[in-house]
Design a protein around this ligand. Structure first.
Ligand SMILES: C[S@@+](CC[C@H](N)C(=O)[O-])C[C@H]1O[C@@H](n2cnc3c(N)ncnc32)[C@H](O)[C@@H]1O
Length: 208
């Protein structure tokens, strides 16, 4: 049986404000729903992260951290400090209750981020740089705030409903010499019990 959740509201938001409202309203139930949906992007990112990020590499930015599912396995292994940013204050409140983050800030990917150039030793983004969420040009700011040679590790949809501007941006930044691809995993069903048609891949790009 297909699990019914608010995920479709987030994929139909018509503006940043509607998206914020969708997650503010979903925050209290988000993690229970995502677990029921079989959500596995954070586990995949954690596995890739330990291959590409040495211990002692910090600070780490969790871009679109939501309620903090992604930080848990990294904090368990002693990685950090981890800084989380998200559009939704209610999602940030859930993340704050877990004590995995050194800092949590409301911020909108796609706009200028309030961090210095070359600041982070690694960046992760799980389930967020995706249609109706953070736009493709979000990567430009993530590259700016990441140190040279540091990895940006993220999920990206690769099913037929992916918008072509997202993969195009990966190639554009590579052609401009801003980053280089060091890993691209196979496609996997990221929420198999509720959205079996949606697949993602995990990517790692090293900033130049
Ligand atoms: C599918 S959830 C993923 C949350 C978390 N990374 C995880 O894996 O559970 C997407 C998150 O992105 C946030 N979001 C959507 N658009 C955003 C934007 N433009 N800038 C920052 N956060 C955004 C939402 O508030 C939500 O918390």
């Amino acid at each position: 049986m297909k699990i019914r959740t608010d995920v479709s509201k987030s994929y139909h938001a018509k503006s940043v404000e509607e998206q914020r409202e969708a997650y503010d309203n979903w925050a209290a139930r988000y993690e229970a729903d995502l677990c029921a949906m079989g959500y596995r992007i954070p586990a995949m990112i954690a596995a890739v992260f330990v291959r590409y990020v040495p211990q002692g590499c910090f600070p780490i930015l969790d871009a679109g951290c939501g309620g903090g599912i992604q930080a848990e396995p990294l904090a368990m292994l002693g990685y950090g400090p981890i800084v989380g940013i998200d559009l939704s204050d209610s999602m940030l409140e859930v993340a704050s209750s877990k004590n995995f983050y050194s800092e949590l800030k409301q911020a909108t990917l796609g706009e200028t981020l309030d961090f210095p150039d070359n600041y982070f030793g690694a960046v992760i983004s799980s389930g967020t740089i995706t249609p109706k969420h953070a736009p493709p040009h979000s990567f430009e700011e993530l590259v700016r705030v990441t140190r040279a040679d540091a990895p940006i590790i993220f999920s990206m949809r690769d099913d037929p409903l992916q918008e072509p501007e997202y993969p195009a941006m990966l190639g554009k930044l590579e052609n401009e010499g801003k980053w280089e691809s060091v890993f691209e995993g196979p496609g996997f069903h990221s929420m198999p019990y509720s959205e079996p048609e949606i697949t993602h891949r995990i990517h790692v790009y090293k900033v130049r």
